[in-house]
Design a protein around this ligand. Structure first.
Ligand code: GDP
Ligand code: IMO
Ligand code: MG
Length: 453
């Protein structure tokens, strides 16, 4: 069977930890979209692993697959595999031949476009990993796929077509001087060697066929979503989104398995007990602000929720895994989560970071929006309208700081009563049971209510 792990908010909900938790029963863990813009953390027995590209099942020695929906930076992939080997793991990673390759010029173009947009205040605040430009080339049918790296003639032909275009874009449109990132010979040399390494290590697969065979043999496949629903290119707050589909439908298109395969399995929405966001865009439940990212926020002037925002940011260690940027924080946003529950069809929820909110007198939740005098229970389709939404808050009594390791060992009933009331509200509103509750970063700091397998 399959289990799909999906971020229900804006990324960094703690997906890596839940993949690791439920990964025990998985045989294969597959990423179906995104690339090294992801930063998934697994903490076990005091060891912390931060993974950008290698699926999080690697920590349990599960076979990892990067599906066709991913964009793969081979430099990151090999660096990450080597680092994990140095730490005593044996990552077995297969890469879809249909996946697209992030080339050095994609990263440069990502930076150039962000810079250009910043002049008109349209910057997205990307991770700078070249994700958008690579998906653009995929859609423009000028991308280079992993399979192309295995055939030097095809690689050469594709580079000769695309690289002069990219060079002209950088130089003639943006007026930026280019270097070897835009040089056909240098790129050919590096990437055909990468193709050789992939072939020598038998790392490339026809992902759909590979996964179908494993399922037919009775194995369990876990789909590891990266990013989150509200930064999905279709269902998120465009244009402040990533360029792929983190939502559950991506598990089919991004792997080569039928929607019925993922649809028959469990789809677990990962919910952070509050909200964080890295980068630009509206955030109706935001507390405090991060200058440059929060619309209209001026750090010097500050605002009356700054202290609370700083408290949550520090307690939760809310700094980007990939970029180290301070994450914007806010209260839980139920219209956002209702939208996510509909788009993804969650069969269960994992609610993380409940410990971070402990000790607050009260915990608020944006229960509904008011916009143009109307009450709305779900997100409007345009980002401008979303930015105009005011929140109607529900206030929950806070729960105390307790020994979370003990609570995790004792189970759900050991949670403080007010924390249980909060979880029950979330579950009722979304019509999905809570399968797991994170009360700390480690594998053992999780209350497991249901096993999805
Ligand atoms: P992902 O991108 O969704 O995998 O999440 P990240 O790894 O980027 O960010 C989640 C951060 O919170 C990591 O540092 C995790 O170790 C940590 N974390 C995950 N679950 C919990 C939790 O329940 N409580 C606390 N305090 N930290 C958690
Ligand atoms: P994980 O998997 C949080 C955000 C960036 C930016 C926007 C577009 O760790 O949850 P991109 O580089 O993808 O073109 O950036 O998306 N973003 C993330 N935010 N967690 C992530 O991944 C993210 N991946 C991208 O900050 O706003
Ligand atoms: Mg992350």
């Amino acid at each position: 069977m399959t289990v799909t792990i999906v971020g229900s908010q804006l990324g960094d909900e703690g997906k890596g930890g839940i993949v690791d938790l439920y990964g025990e029963e998985a045989d294969v863990v597959v990423r179906y979209q995104g690339g090294d813009n992801a930063g998934h953390t697994v903490v076990h027995e005091g060891e912390e692993y931060k993974l950008s590209l290698v699926p999080s099942g690697a920590i349990r020695d599960k076979v990892g697959v990067l599906g066709n929906g991913c964009v793969v930076n081979p430099r990151t992939l090999f660096d990450e595999i080597d680092t994990l080997r140095d730490r005593g793991l044996e990552p077995d990673v297969r890469v879809a031949r249909r996946a697209h390759v992030i080339l050095p010029y994609h990263r440069i173009l990502d930076g150039i476009e962000e810079e250009a947009k910043s002049e008109s205040d349209q910057k997205v605040g990307t991770t700078g990993r070249g994700i958008g430009p690579t998906y653009e080339d995929k859609a423009g049918r000028r991308g280079i796929r992993v399979g192309d790296l295995l055939d030097p003639d095809v690689l050469r032909e594709r580079l000769e077509y695309v690289v002069p275009q990219k060079r002209a874009l950088a130089e003639d449109v943006y007026g930026v001087e280019t270097g070897e990132e835009f040089d056909v010979d240098a790129l050919y040399e590096e990437f055909q060697e990468i193709g050789e390494r992939l072939a020598e290590n038998d790392m490339t697969v026809n992902a759909g066929e590979f996964l179908d065979d494993r399922l037919a043999a009775g194995e369990n496949v876990m789909f590891e979503g990266a990013q989150g629903t509200i930064i999905d290119i279709d269902h998120g707050n465009y244009p402040y989104v990533t360029s792929s589909n983190p939502t559950a439908g991506g598990a089919a298109t991004g792997t080569g398995l039928s929607p019925a395969v993922a649809g028959q399995g469990e789809i677990i929405g990962i919910v952070k007990a509050y909200l964080t966001r890295v980068g630009k865009g509206p955030l109706p439940t935001e507390l405090g602000g991060v200058e440059g990212d929060t619309p209209g926020y001026d750090a010097e002037a500050g605002n009356d929720t700054d202290e609370l925002a700083k408290y949550i940011r520090e307690e939760g260690g809310e700094y980007g895994t990939v970029t180290g940027r301070p994450r914007r924080v806010g209260w839980l946003d139920m219209p956002m989560l209702r939208h996510a529950a509909r788009v993804n069809g969650f069969t269960g929820l994992a609610v993380n970071h409940l410990d971070v909110l402990a000790g607050l007198d009260e915990v608020k939740v944006g229960h509904a929006y008011t916009v143009d005098g109307e009450t709305k229970l779900t997100m409007p389709a345009t980002t401008e309208q979303w930015g105009d939404c005011d929140c109607e808050f529900r206030v929950f009594e806070g729960w105390p700081e307790v020994d979370w390791a003990d609570v995790a060992a004792d189970g759900y009933d050991a949670l403080p009563e007010n924390a249980r009331a909060y979880l029950e509200y979330i579950s009722d509103e979304l019509g999905a049971p809570v399968y797991a509750i994170g009360v700390g970063p480690g594998r053992s700091e999780t209350i497991v209510c249901e096993q999805p397998w």
